[in-house]
Design a protein around this ligand. Sequence first.
Ligand SMILES: Nc1ncnc2c1ncn2[C@@H]1O[C@H](COP(=O)(O)OP(=O)(O)O)[C@@H](O)[C@H]1O
Ligand SMILES: [Mg+2]
Length: 270
Amino acid sequence: MSGTAEVPSSGGEQGRAQPVLSARDIWKSYGRVAALRGVDIDVYRGEVLGLVGDNGAGKSTLIKCLTGAEYPDSGSIFLEGREVVFHGPLAARQAGIEVVHQTLGVAPQLDITSNLYLGRELRRKGVLGAWARMLDVPTMRRRAAEEVKGLGIATIQDIGQAVETLSGGQRQAVAVARAAAFGSKVLVMDEPTAALGVREAGQVHRLIASLRDRGMPIILISHNMPALWELADRVQILRLGRVVGVLAPDSSTMEEAVALMTGARVAPGS
Ligand SMILES: Nc1ncnc2c1ncn2[C@@H]1O[C@H](COP(=O)(O)OP(=O)(O)O)[C@@H](O)[C@H]1O
Ligand SMILES: [Mg+2]
């Protein structure tokens, strides 16, 4: 961590608090390929920020830089107004930034509770937990059930059910629930519904909306423009490693976003 820094707040004009997660002037090259060329991003409490762009626009690279999977060549990242430097994904996760990937990030043979608690199991109190490493299964079950119920994944009947017996949509819902549970501050999702059918994707989209309504800031990469237009509060458009626009689905059309994505239209002032 390199001390504190002022975040230039674009949210101020909109009368909002500081962004939960933001980045300024992020640059990242792979050899001669400049994947990111001075990207800014802000995500606020209680919003879904869509991130779109053609293949190769730099979406995944930006996400990797924000979540500790890549180290930017230059630029700054701020979490709750304080500058952060992540040396690896675990550090970002410990700081409260959770990622859901396109591929299902669950362990199929384990049940829902075990998946939610994978890598952060609760131990029994006292000697049994500290020395014998005994797990506090009843508490984990109870909290997992609360979490699943609170998120409205109503179709999951049995918290002890192996995840491999669930549908793809339910599995991805578990992956999202896992990411959202237990004190995470920001959720970042890179095409979380790409491997799902239409109905299953709808289920995951509803879950994302309910997390947003609970205040969770969410960055969502999706190729599904109509779904994103329904779900997102703002949509940021990347093209060739630069931000070419941020649109509000309330006041802009998908066609405008596509025109910016493809370079058919150039954003005013750029
Ligand atoms: N590990 C890598 N090595 C070399 N080039 C990469 C690597 N990752 C991404 N790139 C390049 O960086 C650019 C942005 O890629 P990416 O962030 O994956 O775009 P998107 O997710 O928007 O499709 C592309 O030109 C891609 O080929
Ligand atoms: Mg990508």
